[in-house]
Design a protein around this ligand. Structure first.
Ligand code: GNR
Ligand code: NI
Length: 168
């Protein structure tokens, strides 16, 4: 097991579109274990491989209170989204300390594979629905702040630069 470093916005590598997984091997199992450990340590409720600079379509999510609800999504796809949207105050491990409301479909049905390559479908609502959509965006090179106005994005970049300087 290993903790992986998380890329911080606006790192250009966060814009990479991840490629589908074709090999369901030990290396994939190790990646998902390291991603889960990194997510729990952060702590966060989800992590996309993009955020740890691995550009494969792999996501881990756990929205439970007690780390009992880990779900690994390989090659996830949204197969159905509700017409009604909901606003949720989102945060991101790649955008530390920033919380902003984003509108997304309220419920989604996801089709994905597990680490063995077996297909499954899951209906998501609440935080799980928000989180899986946020993570699929990462795999497509999109960070949640890109839903905000240009002014807000500029302010966020300035604030993150300041935070980074304060850490040195
Ligand atoms: O830990 C996280 N919390 C969160 C809260 C609201 C909406 C989305 C998220 S995902 C985030 C972890 C992360 O950055 N995943 O990419
Ligand atoms: Ni994120």
């Amino acid at each position: 097991m290993a903790l992986l470093p998380i890329l911080k916005y606006p790192d250009p590598r966060l814009k990479t579109v991840a490629t589908p997984v074709t090999q369901f091997d030990d290396q994939l199992v190790k990646l998902t274990k390291d991603m889960a450990e990194t997510m729990y340590e952060a702590p966060g409720v989800g992590l996309a491989a993009t955020q740890v600079n691995v550009h494969k379509r792999v996501i881990v999510v756990d929205v439970s209170e007690d780390k009992s609800g880990l779900i690994v999504f390989v090659n996830p796809e949204i197969v159905q989204a509700s017409p009604d949207s909901k606003s949720y105050e989102e945060g991101c491990l790649s955008v530390p300390g920033i919380y902003e409301s984003v509108d997304r479909p309220d419920t989604v049905r996801i089709r994905a594979q597990n680490v063995k390559g077996e297909f499954f479908e899951i209906d998501c609502d609440g935080l799980l629905a928000v989180c899986i959509q946020h993570e699929i965006d990462h795999l497509n090179g999109k960070v949640f702040v890109e839903y905000l106005s240009q002014l807000k994005q500029t302010r966020i970049k300035t604030k993150l630069k300041k935070q980074e300087r304060a850490q040195l």
